[in-house]
Design a protein around this ligand. Structure first.
Ligand SMILES: [Zn+2]
Length: 148
């Protein structure tokens, strides 16, 4: 007697940061610059995307890829210092993770929901659930490691 394993899903769901539509992308196409079926915006641009209180859940909560959220604010020096490292990590993780920035001044509901006490704070979400958190600026290598 044999047991056949159910095949793993070969698709990933990715929420569009531009229009909020949930897209279904074949796993083998994740590295091919997939675009949103509704608005044609790039789904995995290889650079950080800005999310807000009103579209965070549609993207970060529903995407199957690991999501790394950088909680920051424009007046925060260490946040600005880390921005190039975060952008570099987004490039390295293109097609494998979604890197997201949330301005805590402009989006107080998210800052409160995640109980952000200092910035920058990085939060890793899997299927919308927090699995890791790190406060303070990090170099690109450590940001990449957090998404793996
Ligand atoms: Zn879209």
């Amino acid at each position: 007697m044999r047991h056949y394993l159910k095949p793993m899903s070969s698709h990933r769901h990715i929420g569009c940061a531009h229009c909020g539509a949930l897209n279904r992308v074949p796993a083998e196409r994740l590295g091919d610059d997939p675009v949103c079926g509704r608005c044609q915006a790039p789904l995995l641009p290889g650079e950080p995307v800005e999310l807000r209180d009103d579209n965070f859940d549609a993207v970060a909560g529903k995407s199957d890829l690991p999501v790394l959220v950088d909680f920051w604010a424009p007046w925060c020096g260490p946040c600005r210092m880390m921005a190039p490292a975060f952008a570099q990590a987004a490039q390295q993780l293109k097609g494998r993770a979604l890197l997201v920035k949330v301005d805590t001044d402009a989006n107080p509901a998210l800052a409160q929901r995640f109980a952000i006490r200092s910035i920058p704070t990085l939060v890793r979400l899997d299927a919308g659930r927090e699995v890791k958190r790190q406060a303070g600026a990090l170099p690109a290598g450590q940001i990449v490691a957090m998404a793996r």
